[in-house]
Ligand binder design. Structure first.
Ligand code: FES
Length: 432
């Protein structure tokens, strides 16, 4: 089933590229990050073009829960510990600025923008919340401890950020895409610095931005080791009381809550792509227990790229690829991260300094235990002798009975039962 966003918005259509093209900046990928990048380049008067293999915002952006907040779980205590005060503050500032930019743009966009408070709750461990509040105090941002009376289960409380927001991501995308130089149905088949061969012609560009969710090129940047993908699930419930704010569990496998026009969007059931997890069944069980009168109006799932240290990779694709840039690894916080990434990349391709460049640099040191976990999954996937195999790097695919798809535990490519490509990094469908 389509997400509630896809059911209630009409995106403008753009013709495919016809023949070769020369431009200063090529943006590959028409999700929120690519679109915003094109938007800021357009505003800056830069010569650019955006190519999208299928339709605008057909991937993650159409399946998000669309929370606009710089409260990304309990991230600030972790950032302080691992990155130090300066970088933790930069992360907060980059995402706070992103929320401000959405607020501005949403004024004219007609995208159901609503100011709401955001909460990260803990089911049992109040100490984690206290540590986050202390970290935020050190960063000079006044968060509050809060009870969570609107939630249908007991919690140990929550960290509350006031004046955050929620919106309709596709109504927003439809508004800002107007007048941009976009080519849909234009798929990149080969990519190298300065040149992209598409199914409709070759694009030559001094700078290229890969905003393709999972990066396309395997031979640079080692993204197949530095990223993994995770699935999470959403139910739109009707006949349920409003929660009034945006709530997420501090635990990786917990639930999230937000309202949209009489529906409660209940998220959760997450797992690494290609592995077993709760899925919609977990959400249905929760709804039956806590909202026995509820009906399910829609269900959908999202796919997210997760980095090793919890901070997105935005900047030069790799040290050795001049003029090639990337934005990926938004760790389930794709809305503000897309905006921050777009602002940063728009500066970088124009040769401007940006204070966030080092924090988000994909070439930063990312030695974390997750690197070994990713390498282990890839090795196991390659050694598992079953068919079908994934065309990306050859791992064994696993059948996902809830979504009727074939999913790859190595880097998260997904295929329909008919072999149609659903999610990258694979670039083509699979004969199953
Ligand atoms: Fe890389 Fe399947 S996604 S091998």
């Amino acid at each position: 089933m389509d997400s509630i966003w896809k059911q209630t918005a009409e995106l403008p259509r753009f013709a495919p590229l016809e023949g070769d093209l020369k431009t200063d900046v090529l943006v590959i990928g028409g999700g929120m990050a690519g679109l915003l990048c094109a938007y800021w380049l357009d505003r800056a008067g830069v010569d650019y073009a955006l190519v999208e293999a299928r339709r605008l915002c057909g991937g993650v952006t159409g399946n998000t829960t669309a929370k606009l907040t710089f409260q990304h779980g309990l991230i600030y205590a972790r950032l302080l510990r691992e990155f130090g005060l300066g970088r933790a503050r930069l992360y907060l500032e980059a995402n706070r600025a992103a929320l401000g930019q959405y607020r501005e743009l949403c004024r004219e966009a007609g995208c159901d923008f609503q100011e709401r408070d955001a909460y990260v709750y803990a089911l049992t461990d109040r100490r984690k919340l206290d540590r986050e509040l202390e970290a935020l105090e050190r960063l000079g941002f006044p968060a509050e401890f809060s009870r969570t009376p609107a939630l249908p289960m007991p919690t140990a409380g929550a960290v509350k950020f006031t004046k955050q927001a929620q919106f309709h991501p596709l109504k927003f995308a439809a508004a800002i895409a107007k007048g941009l130089r976009i080519f849909e149905g234009t798929k990149v088949l080969e990519l190298a610095p300065g040149r992209a061969v598409t199914n409709r012609g070759t694009v030559t560009a001094e700078n290229i931005v890969a905003a393709t969710h999972f990066p396309l090129l395997n031979k640079h940047g080692a993204y197949f080791l530095k990223l993994y993908q995770a699935r999470s699930y959403v139910l739109a419930l009707e006949n349920v009381p409003e929660v009034g704010g945006m709530y997420v569990d501090e635990g990786e496998k917990g639930l999230s809550f937000r309202d949209y026009k009489g529906f409660l969007l209940l998220g959760g059931g997450g797992h690494r792509t290609g592995k077993k997890g709760g899925g919609w069944r977990e959400l249905e069980d929760f709804a039956k227990r806590r909202y026995p009168q509820a009906g399910i109006a829609a269900r959908w799932a999202a796919q997210d790229c997760m980095t090793l240290d919890g901070v997105p990779y935005v900047g030069r694709y790799s040290r050795g690829t001049k003029g090639l840039y990337v934005a990926t690894g938004f760790n389930k916080w794709g809305m503000t991260s897309s905006m921050a990434a777009a602002r940063l990349l728009a500066d970088l391709v124009q040769g401007k300094e940006n204070p966030w460049a080092e924090l988000f640099s994909p070439s930063r040191r990312v030695l974390r235990p997750q690197l070994a976990a990713n390498a282990w999954e890839s090795t196991m996937g390659l050694l598992t002798p079953t068919v079908p195999r994934c065309p990306h790097m050859g791992c064994a695919l696993k059948y996902n009975p809830q979504e009727h798809s074939w999913d790859c535990p190595c880097h998260g490519s997904r295929f329909g039962e008919d072999g149609e490509l659903l999610d990258n990094p694979a670039t083509d469908g699979k004969r199953l």
